[in-house]
Write a protein that binds this ligand. Structure first.
Ligand code: FNR
Length: 368
């Protein structure tokens, strides 16, 4: 199909399934174990309903916002996904180009296929903002070097992934043995990578399972970038991160690729906001992000109404560039912008500030 025939983000998945090699489809589309959590990510948003307000002047709609103090055209960012070249020879650079042109922020993965510098060099303008997703390596010197390089290249935020001390079992991926398709594991010797059990297993050797709260003090001492924990699943951990003075958390289950039967980020958001508020820790200085299953602008608006700053999107952008290159990702973002404008107008919220908790009915959200 032609790009213009893609009318929403789901359409890119249908196309990608046709054009991707088996190994790439298996790695990108898979979730852990029985994929219950992966499916839940998509259905959880469906348990939230809007309470729109009428007769407000909605002639001008503004959905711009800021994430960790950095401007974004929408409360949506491109989250980190590893091994970008499995889907397209230009890998993550497709995302950089589209993000720059559309004014979104891209989170660069530690385990990208392109080198970190290639991804930075692909920025389309000077002011383009990028964040970095960090997997902490057991060799802390390696990690420190990665962080310093990120800082040198002007990266504005560090998202430390905390839900992957061991990579989940993605059986679709394991069935198709990982053939090396130009992917490389940054700062790690290729020979350390065991490719015999699929792409996910191949990269898990990079990640240090001993990482703990104490290491965050060290992490803070080596960088001035704001630090956000990616993969928080409970209010207890979110409160602890806020008490430590970190800059935020991503409520996420890694796209359903880690612990099966972990809850969706959007479901956790309610308890996190409630407990932060109870401790007077709910503030713009500690931002809440959600990812997993976001496919419509309305999903993002639900999260924002509930107290999130922004939401991350993973797979749809991978699928978009795998099929159509950077223009595919741009088209996906433009679809989201159009949905955003229409939904805000119909909800009666001309700006994101007008999108208050009373505009969503979440009573069904935590009932399964
Ligand atoms: C991911 N994700 C991920 N997260 C992370 O912190 N480091 C990583 O290297 C990766 N790699 C990765 C690869 C692929 C193929 C996918 C699909 C996902 C998780 C990602 O950042 C995010 O949490 C989910 O993708 C969000 O869910 P959706 O939007 O894909 O449903």
């Amino acid at each position: 199909p032609m790009l213009s025939q893609c009318l929403n983000l789901y359409d890119f998945e249908v196309v990608a399934r046709q054009v991707l090699k088996g190994t790439a489809w298996a790695y990108y589309s898979s979730g852990a174990d029985d994929e219950v959590t992966m499916r839940e990510n998509n259905t959880a948003f469906g348990r939230i309903w809007f309470r729109p307000r009428i007769l407000r002047d909605v002639s001008n709609i503004d959905f711009s916002t800021s994430l960790l103090g950095q401007k974004s055209k929408m409360p949506i960012y491109i989250t980190a996904t590893a091994l970008g070249k499995l889907g397209h020879p230009d890998g993550e650079k497709n995302l950089t180009i589209a993000a720059g042109k559309e004014g979104l922020i891209q989170m660069i993965p530690t385990l990208a296929s392109c080198s970190f510098d290639e991804i930075c060099d692909a920025r389309v303008h000077e002011q383009q903002v990028q964040f970095f997703q960090l997997y902490v390596n057991s060799n802390r010197a390696v990690t420190e070097k990665i962080i310093r390089r990120a800082e040198e290249r002007g990266v504005k935020g560090l998202f430390v992934t905390v839900d992957a001390p061991q990579l989940g079992r993605r059986e679709k991926d394991m069935r198709i043995k990982f053939e090396d398709t130009g992917s490389r594991v940054q700062n790690d010797s290729k020979d350390d990578v065991d490719r015999s059990q699929g792409a996910a297993r191949a990269i898990s050797s990079f990640i240090d399972p001993s990482l703990s709260w104490d290491d965050l003090h060290w992490l803070r001492s080596v960088t001035r970038m704001p630090i956000v924990l990616k993969g928080v699943q409970t209010w207890e951990d979110a409160v602890r991160a806020a008490e430590m003075g970190l800059s935020g958390v991503v409520l996420s289950n890694h796209g359903g690729r880690q612990l099966d039967f972990s809850r969706s980020g959007i479901e956790i958001l309610g308890e996190v906001v409630r407990e932060l508020k109870a401790r007077k820790l709910f503030s713009p200085m500690f931002q809440l992000f959600v990812d997993g299953g976001v496919r419509r602008a309305s999903d993002a608006l639900k999260a924002v109404a509930m107290g999130a700053t922004a939401v991350g999107i993973g797979r749809p952008f991978l699928y978009a560039y795998s099929a159509y290159g950077p223009e595919g990702v741009q088209h996906a973002i433009q679809l989201l912008k159009a949905e955003m404008e229409m939904n805000m107008r119909l909800i009666g919220a001309p700006t994101l500030k007008d999108l208050v908790p009373e505009m969503v009915d979440t009573r069904a959200l935590n009932q399964h």
